[in-house]
Design a binder for this molecule. Structure first.
Ligand SMILES: [Zn+2]
Length: 246
């Protein structure tokens, strides 16, 4: 392939720009904020699940408490009713009186037991409510921390986008100075090796850093200036400049 030496030299500008594009792409993929946000999201999800579990537990206990309080009321109502019957004097048979008195005593004992249960449920519910408050606060705290990380990530991405747009614009300009067939070869090599062209500097390929043999140097020296030469080692386009050592 043949191309004017000036067009070949433009490949070095293109290669530099493409390596800037690669650096920007790498930076975009490896922003520390991305790992931070992933970790914060994991923590958030864990706390959110635990908060829901605690809320469910508190809700269950609230229903349990209502039911237990209802049980206390039922027993109390029965005891009150029996007490009224006793106080009314309507029951006169000693046997019936003894039986009524015994039932009242038993109902009072039962009421005491049920009130113990209510207290125990209330204590458990208080603990569950405290857990809800604690987990919700921790969850919201992580959400706020994550929002800050997201802001930092977005600011970094905006900067990378701006730099990338500049690279794209410059690349169009530089590509305009390079013949289509040479550009196509460069792009193909870039796809294959990451870098499509390298300078020959001081007898060394700057792509693979390998020093050329005397025979290779002689062959390049003998090649016409518009001949597109390739590195034998890495196959990249080797661009000759005043620094090539030829
Ligand atoms: Zn090379």
């Amino acid at each position: 392939m043949k191309a004017a030496p000036e067009a070949q030299k433009r490949l070095l500008d293109l290669a530099e720009l493409d390596s800037t594009a690669d650096r920007l792409a790498h930076r975009r993929r490896t922003l520390p904020e991305l790992a931070e946000i992933a970790e914060q999201s994991k923590q958030y999800a864990k706390l959110a699940t635990e908060a829901i579990e605690a809320e469910t537990e508190a809700g269950d206990l609230a229903r349990e408490q209502t039911k237990a309080e209802g049980d206390v009321d039922t027993v109390r109502t029965r005891a009150d009713r029996d007490q009224k019957r006793l106080d009314s004097g309507a029951v006169t048979s000693p046997k019936d009186l003894a039986s009524l008195q015994s039932e009242i005593t038993s109902l009072h004992r039962r009421q005491g037991d049920l009130e113990e249960i209510v207290l125990e449920i209330m204590e458990r519910k208080e603990a569950a409510d405290a857990k809800v408050t604690d987990l919700t606060a921790k969850r919201d705290e992580i959400a706020a921390v994550r929002a800050v990380s997201e802001e930092r990530r977005d600011a970094a991405l905006t900067e990378i986008d701006k730099d990338s747009a500049e690279v794209v614009e410059k690349r169009v300009q530089i590509a305009g100075d390079i013949p289509a067939d040479l550009l196509a070869l460069y792009d193909k090599l870039r796809d294959q090796y990451g870098v499509g062209a390298a300078m020959l500097r001081g007898g060394r390929c700057q792509g693979c850093k390998v020093a050329l043999s005397i025979a290779e140097m002689n062959s390049i020296k003998a090649a016409p200036h518009d001949e597109v030469v390739r590195c034998e080692e890495c196959r990249r386009i080797l661009v000759r400049t005043a620094e090539s050592g030829l």
